[in-house]
Write a protein that binds this ligand. Structure first.
Ligand code: ASP
Ligand code: MG
Length: 425
């Protein structure tokens, strides 16, 4: 059995939806579970609806209409029959949502967020279910909220691992017993609280949903279909000609994501790693290509240098006022301040009289942290710096990154090099 996850970009318009159906047709004899995200940028659109609804700025309906028009325009390209049941189903979903935002809201923003933003996946799976049926791909739509139980930590629901695998096994596994059975289709990102309210698993949570299903159903492989050929050794936004990595271990993938590679979240990797389920990243544009395979151990793990760039960073040096040394009690105090304001330290280094950190240039948290630090320390800082991390670095890759750059801080281990850099004036 394979679990497929299709993200927002893979279903951003009617042609993309048709392409997904064509991909599924390549796997006629396979037990397939398909996890789907909201279409295109729908989640962002729904976030606007929630904000307007919660803060009563009078724009909620307007934002909702944009989403509604987008989905109906897309549906019209897929379902030419005016009386197609997909329209009725979509109308009902939008009526429910409109109804929800016409009522007064409660005082928990995160709870309201989940009740509203979850419609992105309900809408996408509704369209997909009807379109696949239309295209002759038999499929059954499962409501993910009946499969994935979480606590009531809205917007970041923690999965209840005691109940969830059983619910998935009881509800989904029987589908695959009969020959010629349908595909199991469900929403990514959604779960439900013990009280039965909709929860979400955090932004980009659909990958995690797919991993939970793969775990519970003992899948042989999970596939994330993307608009890139696989895992790349650098973000094409910051780097020309990135190379595709063919094979990589879970461990190395977790390392990369720790340093800021956004491609896969450690949360997604854990359930797969526990059951030795391989994770493949494949292109929905070029489904013949192999993509990247990530699994437990590769004797020859990727040694291709990987680059992770964090832009808009700030380098803060914290100096003791009296020229005494930076000692453990200072560090305890300094870390306490960063932890209190939730400012994550990406790189740090200390010398006798100073301690330096590289952090996101966060306009809200930085001033608070600085104000606190100033009470006991002198501060020096550099804005507009970048943090680059290179895994499996060599001199050639370092030279490439340092063209027209100045280095402010540097740290190397055997495999990882980190540098805080800035454009030369
Ligand atoms: N639709 C959700 C988001 O955009 C979940 C996902 O796509 O992974 O964050
Ligand atoms: Mg994603």
């Amino acid at each position: 059995m394979r679990v497929f996850k299709f993200g927002g970009a893979s279903v951003k318009n009617a042609a993309a939806v048709k392409n997904v159906a064509a991909i599924l047709k390549r796997y006629p004899d396979e037990d397939l579970v398909m996890v789907l995200s909201a279409m295109g940028k729908t989640t962002n659109g729904l976030e606007k609806v929630v904000k307007s609804y919660f803060f009563n700025d009078g724009q909620a309906e307007l934002h909702l209409n944009v989403i509604k028009e987008y989905h109906f325009a897309l549906a019209e390209e897929l379902f030419t029959e005016k009386k197609h049941p997909a329209y009725q189903a979509l109308k009902e979903l939008f009526a429910n949502l409109a109804n929800y935002i016409s009522e007064p809201h409660g005082d928990d923003f995160d709870l309201e967020y989940d009740q509203i933003v979850s419609y992105g996946e309900l809408l996408s799976t509704c369209i997909m279910h009807h379109y696949l049926t239309e295209a002759g791909i038999s499929n059954r739509l499962f409501d993910a909220r009946h499969l994935i139980k979480t606590d009531n930590n809205f917007r970041e629901g923690s999965v209840d691992w005691n109940i969830t695998p059983h619910l998935i096994q009881e509800n989904v596994a029987p589908l695959f017993k009969k020959p010629g059975h349908p595909i199991a289709l469900t929403q990514g990102f959604l779960g439900s609280s013990p009280e039965g309210l909709t929860t979400t698993l955090g932004r980009e949570g659909s990958d995690f949903t797919a991993a939970i299903l793969a775990y519970a159903l003992d899948a042989t492989e999970m596939v994330i279909w993307k608009d890139v050929p696989g895992l790349l050794n650098a973000d094409p936004k910051y780097f020309d000609d990135p190379i595709k990595i063919d094979t990589i271990s879970f461990r190395e993938a977790i390392e990369l994501s720790y340093y800021g590679a956004t491609i896969i979240h450690p949360k997604t990797i854990k359930p797969l790693q526990n059951k030795h389920i391989a994770l493949r990243i494949k292109s929905f544009i070029d489904p013949d290509a192999d993509g990247t395979i990530i699994r437990e151990d590769f004797a020859d793990d990727s040694l291709i240098p990987s680059f992770i760039f964090k832009v808009d960073q700030m380098l803060i040096s914290i100096l003791v006022k009296d020229f005494s040394f930076i000692a453990e009690h200072n560090l305890e105090h300094i870390f306490g301040i960063f932890a209190r304001f939730g400012l994550r330290i990406h790189m740090m280094q200390n010398s006798a009289i100073s301690f330096s950190v590289c952090v996101d240039n966060d306009p809200i948290k930085i001033p608070k942290v600085m104000e606190e630090l100033k009470k006991d320390y002198r501060l020096r800082y550099n804005e507009g710096v970048e943090l680059v991390t290179i895994r499996h670095y060599d001199q050639e890759t370092i030279n490439r990154v340092l063209v027209a750059k100045k280095v402010f801080m540097e740290q190397r281990s055997r495999v990882t090099l980190q540098m805080v850099i800035k454009d030369k004036e």
